[in-house]
Design a protein around this ligand. Structure first.
Ligand SMILES: [Zn+2]
Length: 53
């Protein structure tokens, strides 16, 4: 799953920048911030069971 900066987050989560892997924390109903390095695309990561590393 991916997310973009300035889109409203559907849930509180940690996003991982698709370009540089920087982690960004997002609160539900808040707009997704840009990555500290200026990127605007994120992959959402989950730590639930079944997540292969
Ligand atoms: Zn980045």
């Amino acid at each position: 799953m991916t997310a973009e900066a300035d889109e409203k987050a559907q849930k509180t989560d940690d996003f991982c920048c698709a370009s540089c892997s920087e982690k960004v924390h997002v609160e539900e109903e808040d707009k997704t911030p840009s990555c500290p390095n200026g990127h605007k695309e994120f992959e959402t990561r989950r730590n639930g069971p079944g997540n292969k590393s």
